[in-house]
Design a protein around this ligand. Structure first.
Ligand code: OAD
Ligand code: ZN
Length: 246
């Protein structure tokens, strides 16, 4: 129905009064830009591919050229995608709310392209090239079948976090510190299945923050939080910004 609001007024008030707000995003916020999520029925990557074949260090050791083909295809897909209304609204939210920390599980850089600054990338960035042996970010010819590290000659891998790997320490520190100290926490477009990211909303709730989820398919979080908004991010976030700007 046109004109129907999806964001409860009480959530707008809670955000307006919050001294510190923490936002966690997942693949769902980029879905409206045409970037597939991981677990949505039909369209999710993990419906078509097996994570253990493409997103683990073991898979890379087994067949680095295959992994690179998949990541080059995804890089191209992301390059051609544009930030959507949800990304743009979060960038505006950052200027409306004095202390907003944006943590994303996404590797696509679309928040930054939409104008968000100081984005904490929990799972790395798909455009980063990292030495498989030394672990550091390098400049290399990433069009090669399997790029080589200019410093040590080892294979280079995409700079993302794979299953079984640690979250970058600084991202982890920022995320845990903000989740446990914020007054309001927004979980946007994530299935809340992959830990430790999924634990952030629980940490915030346990610490007394107002917690809200924006997801057309409510997750397991929905039963235990203050607001579960069953709407696309590209609808709910612009509405939230509009309400806060009034
Ligand atoms: P998932 O694919 O697990 O979940 C995406 C969520 O977005 C689902 O709950 C959808 O219902 C929701 N969604 C779909 N369209 C949406 C829209 N327009 N607005 C809002 N929500 C929408 O993706 P993540 O939770 O991000 O890990 O997955 C977490 C991690 O698992 C990813 O970072 C990736 C993956 O394996 C790594 O790459 C390490
Ligand atoms: Zn190296």
């Amino acid at each position: 129905m046109p004109g129907t609001r999806v964001v409860p007024a009480a959530l707008v008030t809670a955000l307006r009064n919050a001294r510190s707000v923490c936002v966690l995003t997942g693949a769902g916020i980029s879905a409206e830009s045409g970037v597939p999520t991981f677990r949505d029925a039909q369209t999710g990557f993990w419906q078509r591919f097996k994570a253990e074949d493409l997103a683990t260090p073991e898979a890379f050791r087994r067949d680095p050229a295959l992994i690179w083909r998949w990541y080059r295809w995804r890089r191209e897909l992301v390059r051609q995608a544009q930030p959507n209304a949800g990304h743009l609204a979060l960038a505006k939210l950052g200027s409306l709310l004095p202390r907003l920390t944006l943590i994303t599980q996404n590797v696509d850089g679309l928040h930054q392209r939409a104008g968000s600054t100081a984005v904490t990338e929990f799972h790395g960035n798909i455009f980063a090239d990292r030495c498989f042996v030394e672990g550091r970010i390098v400049a290399c010819d990433s069009d090669a079948d399997v790029p080589r590290c200019p410093a040590c000659g080892s294979h280079v891998r995409p700079g993302v976090v794979w299953f079984g790997e640690a979250i970058p320490q600084q991202a982890l520190d920022t995320a845990f510190a903000t989740a446990s100290a914020c007054d309001a926490f927004l979980s946007v477009g994530t299935s809340s299945l992959v830990y430790p990211a999924a634990g952030l909303a629980e940490i915030a709730a346990a610490a007394g923050a107002v917690v809200a989820e924006i997801n057309p398919q409510p997750t397991h979080l929905a039963a235990n939080i203050d607001f579960a908004i069953a709407a696309p991010a590209g609808v709910a976030l612009p509405e939230l910004v509009d309400s806060l700007s009034r």
